[in-house]
Design a protein around this ligand. Structure first.
Ligand code: AMP
Ligand code: ZN
Length: 493
């Protein structure tokens, strides 16, 4: 794993060689979900990307400390300062306490994380557990960088150099969309503490020097990242939408807090590299959390797709490219995954029939790899080191699997090493796990297999009428019989 790792820094708009701030270590913070509703699969793309980044850093030998936050207060319905708190609003609509809402959606999110083979970070930082530290942070920058209005404590963006550089990197327009708040000095100024309006009580509010209220969402991420990783840390990640406002504001706060103003030294922003994944887009509009049947991972699973097919779909695209979702695309990713799994199963069968399954799932990146495979490992390393090019990495993995005359056990060790970065869990998957099996299927698998066995007998006896009848019967129940399928799948639901 000797190729130098290059990553794209949104702040400098350049590919940069990764040089850790603390030798041998990599400290990464990823903006996590706001737990007021179900995450859609687009949100999960952000965590698949952060996971591939973390896995790559571990693979390269860095001691990784990855922190992902859970936002359970402070994120307004508009990323700037307008609207209501997303959690307060959800609690009102769903007639539940905020704490119950947050707990429920955190668990829902974690289930998706597990289903996608996203590794556990060193810590999930929960915003409401850092409020005293947020108040301390705000106090330390209030005099020089903030002003108070009736509605809260505001950050004056003119007090730091180069405000919005990150946003300009993406749009060349400067500040993103900002809602007007009465009394703000500049449109881009933002609340770091929001006071509870007189006469109102909120479910979540705390005392502060600026009155009872709640912290701003941008403040939360500055505080949790700085507290756990120390300023400056190596890498901050998030979805591309965060470049405009959320991360621009975090950077301004970090500059104020660290008393370092100019952004010409990238570390002055609090993190050396700011990395952003592009969006998953869905032309049918089903991704919106407000749509009835929206694109959540459990919907894919209910339709019969293994969740790792979605991870595969993400890996096929570069994280900085937009990725269009379609069911055909997901189906194609599943087929590609099936081919990989079948090749790995065949290798396992050839390598040692007696080897228990755990053995393969425990193989790690640093297992001995046969000399003949080293050029392929180097190609894989080069691809991943080139700003996490998983799309090319996958093709190298496929080349590896199609190599002839290599000892199967050696080949499996190389597969395990590549999969340590890709995270498909190839060694633990079986072909049967990947069969499309919708939740609402009316026939059990055993019944289908039984009908197919009868059909085989009928065909052997050249009783084509009986064989066609069985096929039609199955078709009426939603089973598609696939004679001569190249992947050896005899049926699909
Ligand atoms: P949220 O829970 O809304 O704060 O979003 C969680 C993460 O998902 C953030 O990093 C967002 O930038 C990211 N995100 C939101 N929508 C998409 C999308 N369609 N594709 C990829 N990432 C997204
Ligand atoms: Zn954040």
């Amino acid at each position: 794993m000797t190729a130098p790792l290059h990553l794209f820094n949104s702040l400098t708009r350049k590919l940069e060689a990764f040089a850790p701030i603390h030798p041998g270590e990599a400290r990464v913070y990823s903006c996590g979900p706001t737990v007021y509703n179900y995450p859609h699969i687009g949100n999960m793309r952000a965590y698949v990307f952060a996971d591939v980044l973390g896995r790559t850093l571990s693979w390269k030998g860095y001691k990784l400390t990855h922190v992902i936050n859970i936002t359970d207060v402070g994120h307004l319905t508009d990323d700037a300062d307008a609207g209501e708190d997303k959690l307060e609003k959800a609690a009102l609509v769903q007639k539940q306490s905020i704490w119950d809402i947050a707990k429920h959606y955190t668990e829902v999110y974690w289930a998706d994380v597990r289903a996608l083979n996203i590794r556990q970070p060193a810590e999930w930082t929960i915003a409401t557990q850092f409020v005293p530290q947020m108040i301390e942070f705000a106090k330390s920058i209030a005099d020089k960088h903030c002003y108070e209005l009736d509605s809260g404590l505001y950050f004056d963006v003119s007090t730091v150099a180069d405000y919005g550089r990150l946003a300009r990197a993406s749009t060349d327009e400067g500040e993103g969309r900002i809602e007007a708040v009465e009394g703000k000095r500049h449109a881009a100024d933002f609340a770091i503490w929001r006071k509870t309006p007189p006469g109102e009580t909120r479910q979540m509010e705390w005392d502060s020097p600026w009155g009872r209220g709640a912290p701003g969402w941008h403040l939360e991420c500055s505080v949790m990242s700085g507290q756990r990783l120390g300023f400056p840390f190596d890498i901050h990640t998030g979805g591309i939408d965060h470049r405009e406002i959320h991360h621009a504001n975090e950077i301004a706060q970090n500059q104020a807090y660290c008393c370092t103003n100019g952004l010409d030294v990238p570390a002055n922003s609090g993190a050396k590299l700011w990395m952003h994944n592009n969006f998953l887009v869905d032309r049918s509009g089903k991704m919106s959390k407000s749509a009835g049947e929206f694109l959540r991972l459990p919907l894919l699973i209910d339709k019969g797709y293994h969740p790792i097919a979605y991870r595969m779909m993400c890996l096929q695209a570069h994280y900085r490219s937009e990725l269009e979702f379609s069911w055909d695309g997901l189906g194609a990713a599943l087929t590609r995954l099936k081919r990989l799994v079948m090749a790995v199963e065949a290798l396992k069968a050839r390598a040692d029939v007696a080897m228990p399954a755990e053995h393969w799932t425990q193989l790690t990146a640093h297992e001995e790899i046969d000399g003949a495979l080293l050029p392929l490992m180097a190609r894989f390393d080069t691809a991943i080191s080139d700003d996490l090019n998983t799309a090319v990495g996958l093709t190298v993995l496929e080349d590896l699997l199609s190599l002839k005359k290599v000892d199967p056990a050696e080949k499996l060790a190389a597969v395990a090493a590549m999969d340590a970065v890709l995270g498909l869990g190839l060694l633990g998957l079986a072909r049967a796990d990947l069969r499309i099996r919708p939740k609402d299927a009316v026939l059990a698998e055993a019944e289908i297999e039984d009908a197919l066995a009868r059909r085989k007998v009928a065909r052997a006896e050249k009783d084509f009428a009986a064989s066609d009848a069985i096929r039609d019967e199955l078709a009426a129940k939603g089973v598609d019989v696939m004679d001569g399928d190249p992947l050896g799948w005899e049926w699909k639901l």
